[in-house]
Structure formats: structure tokens, C-alpha cells
Design a protein around this ligand. Structure first.
Ligand SMILES: Nc1ncnc2c1ncn2[C@@H]1O[C@H](COP(=O)(O)OP(=O)(O)OP(=O)(O)O)[C@@H](O)[C@H]1O
Ligand SMILES: [Mg+2]
Length: 441
């Protein structure tokens, strides 16, 4: 993959105290944080990661784990004890103060929890402040700020003073200022933590929208796991100064690197993080359209199910056929499954579990998970969804995947299959040759 790296940290250390270098050296040689306590507080230990252009990278961890220290090194506010930070291709740990200031102005903006707005300036002037510092003429910077103020939902408030705004609106002004500066990288340290839950949720959604629209690289710090899971393309989990895991929200949830991370994610709202693709099962009850009714009925008999999924060439999802319809076809010696096809709505592999509950209840069948190009990727039986929602391990071997028991007896199916004169169905030449092909494992 040819992705541009926006921010890169390599073996970053930050020790506060009397002998930071000594402490960092000892830790790098195997000493623990506590053992070097006399030399200083190791706030960040050996942090290495890359943030891709356009990514929302979340740094999560308990209070004191080193998040703020880490992010402050990324924009040069703090000098690392050792290690390097590269922003937009420039190693900012190795440049002059003037050059660092230039990189910071041009490439990195920061939003804090309690954003310090200029109290005697209007919303518009506050939003334009970053450009003002850069020496951009008033008319130009305010035109630019106007656009962003609208984007963050503050139209009509341009001429108000910060004191006339609610906390949530003030935070929006802070974000507007960071966005107006037109830097590629946005650092946000607990930017939403002081907001009421509902406003906070709204801001999170808006941030995701803004990111999609403006393509910024966002490094977002939070100690709120649900926020991290909602926002993050990837999440770095910090503990006692170290990054203990970097991964997608799903990876962190389903494959925690250690007990610490596992405990951390225990309380997360899984229904919003886990997606259809992470819980789906292979579509066992599946036949190719060309394989015909006899094959479909045999499959239903063997699997004890009342319906099978039907796929076309390249596993294109075509729909389902029900046992009674198939039985009638077999008895009548018909061969074209497409006549009795029904097409329940499939779900996207990216759909969060919370969005699957209703369709699953409404559908008598397992949900079909369909790719963007219309391929049947897998199915989600009710029991699978239930197990995932409840975080109960489910061994698929021991529980029937199909939660739609047959409406016909096995005997009746067998009779229909043997009762049909094999000669009369010989026109369905594909039936025997593609037998079982649909059963993808
Ligand atoms: N300027 C400083 N001088 C001395 N120690 C510091 C300084 N800044 C941070 N620390 C220490 O470094 C460690 C990490 O602090 P940091 O602020 O980075 O944590 P954090 O993860 O941002 O916590 P929070 O969630 O509370 O903001 C803490 O033990 C803290 O006391
Ligand atoms: Mg902090």
C-alpha cells in the first residue's frame, strides 16, 4: 500500500526530572519505571507508531498514562528526552526553533479540553486567529474562517463574543480555529471531555463528518473508551507511559494484546463497534442458481433448514428459496430456481451490530451479508447475533447455524427426491454436476 505517513514517532521517550537522559537510557536497557524514579518521572517510554494521512488515530489510556505528554511532543511543545518525531516529512526533533515554529504553524493545530478563546474577540475573529498569527490579511482570513464557522454549525453566531456562547459552542469555535489554520494535522487533547454527553456525541459525529469532508489527519486523545471506539480508525492504548497495543477498534475488542487492554475494553458498547463482518458465519445453506431445485431440496433436507441462499456466478447474492416452493418444483419436475426466488434485503459488512437487531427480528432467515459488489460474504443467524451482543462465546460447530427449521419433514423431502423420475429432471443437466458447489466453507 502506498499511504502517506503524516506523523511518525520513533522510540520516543520523555522523562521529567533531574536526570532524564540517564533514566531513559536505563529504561531502554531494561530498568522499570519505578527503578529510575530517583532520576525522574518517565511519562512516555519507547513510543513508536505511524499515523497515516487522513486517519483518525486515537490515543487512549487512564489518567497519568502519558497521553498529553506524547501529543505535546508531536507538535514540538515538548522536547523528547530521546527518539524522533517526523511531521510531514520533517524530523522536528532535529530542526532549529524557527523551523519548528514554521512546521507547527503550517502543519499542526491543536485543540485542548478547555480551549482558550480570546474573550474580547468575536467568534469569527477567534476562528481566524491562527491565520492572523501567520500574517494572512484580514479579508482573506475572515473569508476562510467564515466557511469553517458554517461547517462547524455556528452560522449566525459570527459576531458574538465567547461569553455569549455555551460550552459546546465555545468548543466548536476552538475546533473552527484549528480547522481554519488549514494544517493537515489536528491534535485534539480531550477536546470533548468537558461537554455534556449529548453534545459530546453530536461533536463526535460532526468530527467524523468534517474529517471525511476535509481529509485531515487527526490525533485524538481521550480516556473514554466509547469515544475512542467511535472515532478511531486505529487506537493506541497507553499504560504507564508505554503504548501497549495499536489496532483498529475491532482488533482491540476482539484480540486485546493483554489483560490490561481486555479489562479496559470490558465495558465498551460492543454493539456500536463490532460489525456484521466480524460476526458473520460462512453461508452453509447456500446453492448455486444453476444447481436446480433437487439439489436445493437435498441441501435443505440434510441441513434441516427451511430455506437456502442462492448465488449466481462469482457468488453474487440472488436471494433465497423456501422449502415448500422448492418441493413443489421438484414434484412438478421444474428446473428453474429463479422463478421462486425471494430477495430479502442484505446487510453491509460494515453495519454495526446495533443496526442488525431490527432486520434480524423482522427476517425469518439469517441475515445475508452482501459486499459492495453484491457478493454473498456470509450470513448472520439470530443466535450468532445474540451471542455477539451478549459477548457469549459461541462454538459454531456445536450449534446449528441455521435458525429456520424446516416446515417439511425430512421424510417428505426424501420422498419427493426419490419419487421424481430421474429421467424427467435430466433436462437440468447442471443439477448433478454442480451438486454441492454452493456449500462454501
Ligand atoms: N511537566 C511535568 N513535570 C513533571 N511531571 C509531569 C509533567 N507533565 C506530566 N508529568 C507526569 O507524567 C505522567 C504522564 O502525564 P500526562 O499528563 O502525559 O498523562 P495523561 O495521560 O495526559 O493524563 P490525563 O488523562 O490525566 O490528562 C504523569 O505521571 C504526570 O504526573
Ligand atoms: Mg492529559
Amino acid at each position: 500500500m502506498n499511504e502517506t505517513i503524516a506523523v511518525k514517532a520513533e522510540h520516543l521517550y520523555k522523562v521529567f526530572g533531574k536526570k532524564p537522559k540517564e533514566a531513559a537510557r536505563r529504561i531502554s536497557e531494561g530498568a522499570t519505571r519505578d527503578e529510575v524514579e530517583a532520576f525522574g518521572t518517565a511519562a512516555v517510554i519507547d513510543a513508536s507508531f505511524e499515523v497515516k494521512q487522513g486517519e483518525i488515530f486515537v490515543v487512549m489510556g487512564l489518567s497519568g498514562s502519558g497521553k498529553s505528554t506524547l501529543i505535546r511532543m508531536l507538535n514540538g511543545l515538548l522536547e523528547p528526552t530521546s527518539g524522533t518525531v517526523t511531521v510531514a516529512g520533517t524530523n522536528i526533533t532535529a530542526v532549529s526553533a524557527a523551523e519548528l515554529r514554521r512546521v507547527r504553524q503550517k502543519s499542526v493545530s491543536m485543540v485542548f479540553q478547555h480551549f482558550a478563546l480570546l474573550p474580547h474577540r468575536t467568534v469569527l475573529e477567534n476562528a481566524a486567529y491562527g491565520l492572523e498569527v501567520q500574517g494572512v490579511p484580514k479579508a482573506k482570513r475572515e473569508a476562510q474562517a467564515q466557511r469553517i464557522v458554517e461547517l462547524v454549525g455556528l452560522s449566525g453566531w459570527e459576531q458574538k463574543l465567547p461569553s455569549e456562547l455555551s460550552g459546546g459552542m465555545q468548543q466548536r469555535v476552538g475546533i473552527a480555529r484549528a480547522l481554519t489554520a488549514e494544517t493537515d494535522v489536528l491534535l485534539m487533547d480531550e477536546a470533548f471531555s468537558a461537554l455534556d454527553p449529548l453534545i459530546r456525541r453530536e461533536m463526535q459525529e460532526q468530527l467524523v463528518e468534517l474529517q471525511a469532508e476535509l481529509g485531515k489527519t487527526i490525533i485524538f486523545i481521550t480516556h473514554d473508551l466509547n469515544e475512542a471506539m467511535f472515532l478511531g480508525d486505529r487506537i493506541a492504548v497507553m499504560r504507564d507511559g508505554r503504548i501497549v497495543q495499536v489496532g483498529t477498534p475491532e482488533e482491540i475488542l476482539t484480540d486485546p494484546a493483554n489483560d490490561y487492554v481486555a479489562q479496559f475494553v470490558q465495558d465498551v458498547d460492543r454493539t456500536r463497534v463490532l460489525t456484521a463482518s466480524s460476526v458473520m458465519e460462512p453461508a452453509y445453506a447456500e446453492v448455486a442458481l444453476t444447481s436446480g431445485p433437487r439439489n436445493a431440496l437435498r441441501k435443505m433436507r440434510d441441513l434441516q433448514t427451511s430455506a437456502v441462499f442462492v448465488v449466481g456466478r462469482g457468488r453474487q447474492y440472488l436471494g433465497v428459496v423456501r422449502d415448500r416452493d422448492v418441493m413443489r418444483q421438484v414434484k412438478n419436475g421444474e428446473s428453474d430456481l429463479s422463478v421462486i426466488l425471494r430477495k430479502p434485503q442484505g446487510v453491509s459488512p460494515d453495519a454495526p451490530l446495533v443496526d442488525l437487531v431490527e432486520p434480524s427480528i423482522e427476517s425469518g432467515l439469517p441475515l445475508a451479508v452482501i459486499s459492495e459488489t453484491g457478493k454473498l460474504l456470509g450470513t448472520i443467524p439470530k443466535i450468532t447475533l445474540l451471542a455477539a451482543l451478549g459477548n457469549v462465546p459461541l462454538t459454531t460447530q456445536s450449534i446449528p447455524i441455521i435458525d429456520t427449521p424446516t416446515t417439511l419433514t425430512q421424510r417428505a423431502m426424501s420422498d419427493a427426491l426419490s419419487g421424481t423420475d430421474p429421467e424427467s429432471s435430466s433436462s437440468t443437466t447442471t443439477a448433478s454436476t454442480t451438486d454441492d458447489q454452493g456449500g462454501q466453507r
